[in-house]
Design a protein around this ligand. Sequence first.
Ligand SMILES: NC(=O)c1ccc[n+]([C@@H]2O[C@H](COP(=O)([O-])OP(=O)(O)OC[C@H]3O[C@@H](n4cnc5c(N)ncnc54)[C@H](OP(=O)(O)O)[C@@H]3O)[C@@H](O)[C@H]2O)c1
Length: 251
Amino acid sequence: VTKQASAHSLVVGGTRGIGRALVELLISEKHVVSVIARRIPGVPLQGDVRYWAADLQELEGISKVLNEIVSHHGKLKNLVFFQRFKGEGDKWEGELATSVTATKSIVEACIDRFHEGTDKSIVMVSSIAASLVADEQDVAYHVAKAAINQMSRYYAVTLGPKGFRVNVVSPGTVLKAENSDFYARQAELQKFFQKTIPLGRMGTAAEVAKAIMFLCSPDASFITGQNLFVDGGVNLISTETLARRLTNQIP
Ligand SMILES: NC(=O)c1ccc[n+]([C@@H]2O[C@H](COP(=O)([O-])OP(=O)(O)OC[C@H]3O[C@@H](n4cnc5c(N)ncnc54)[C@H](OP(=O)(O)O)[C@@H]3O)[C@@H](O)[C@H]2O)c1
C-alpha cells in the first residue's frame, strides 16, 4: 500500500473492535487521526490521534464537532464509518438513526470539509447481514446494513465528479480484542468454522482494517461503489454443501 504522508482520517466509531484496529493501523502509517464515539477511551492510543465525544443518535451539535476536528487536524482525506446502535430504547429507531441517518448527515456535512486533492475516500462498514439473514442480529441491523450498501452506491455516483470514492467493506464475524476470550473457549464452534469457511478460520479486526486501508490508499484510486467482502469466503458456500460438511456427509 502506497504511503500517504500526514493524511487526515476521520474514523466514526473508532474506539473499539474493528474501528480501533483501523485507528492503530492509520497511526502506524503516520496518518493524523480523529475519532468520534460516545465515550472517549480512558487510555487513548499513542500517536497523532484525538478523540471527540458525540452521540450520533442525536445529530445536534455534530457540525460544531466537525468544525473542531477540521480546525484541529486540517481538512479530511479519508472518512470511515463503523458506528452501529448499541444504546437503550427502541432498536428500530435507534439503529436507523445511528447507522443510516448519521452516516448520511456526516457524509453531507463533510463534503466541504475534505481537502482539495484529487483522492478523497469514504468507506462504510457494512456486514454480510446486508444480504444474508443472521440469527444473532435483529431486523433493524439487517435493514440498516442494506441501506448503507445502497447509500454508498448513491454517493459513489453523485460525489464521483467531485473526486470522492465511496466503498463498502463487509466483514464476516471477526476476532477482536473484545471477543477473543469468548471464541478461544468455543472449541466446537471453531471446528465448524474450519469446515464452513473456505479459508478455514475466523478473520481478525486487523485483517478488515487492512482492507479499509487499501480502499483509503491511492492504490485504490479507480475503485468506487464497490462492496469488498472480508469474510474468508463464507458467503460462497451453498446450503447443501454446508449441511453435508456439518454432518460429515462429504461426497
Ligand atoms: N465485529 C464483527 O464481527 C462484525 C461483523 C460484521 C460487521 N461488523 C460491523 O463493523 C462495525 C464495527 O463493529 P465492531 O463490533 O468492531 O465495533 P463495536 O463494538 O460495535 O463499536 C462501534 C463503535 O461505534 C461507536 N458508537 C456506537 N454507537 C454510537 C453512537 N450513538 N454515537 C457515536 N458513536 C457510537 C462505539 O463507541 P461508543 O460505544 O463509545 O459510542 C464504537 O467506537 C459495525 O458497523 C458492525 O456492524 C462487525
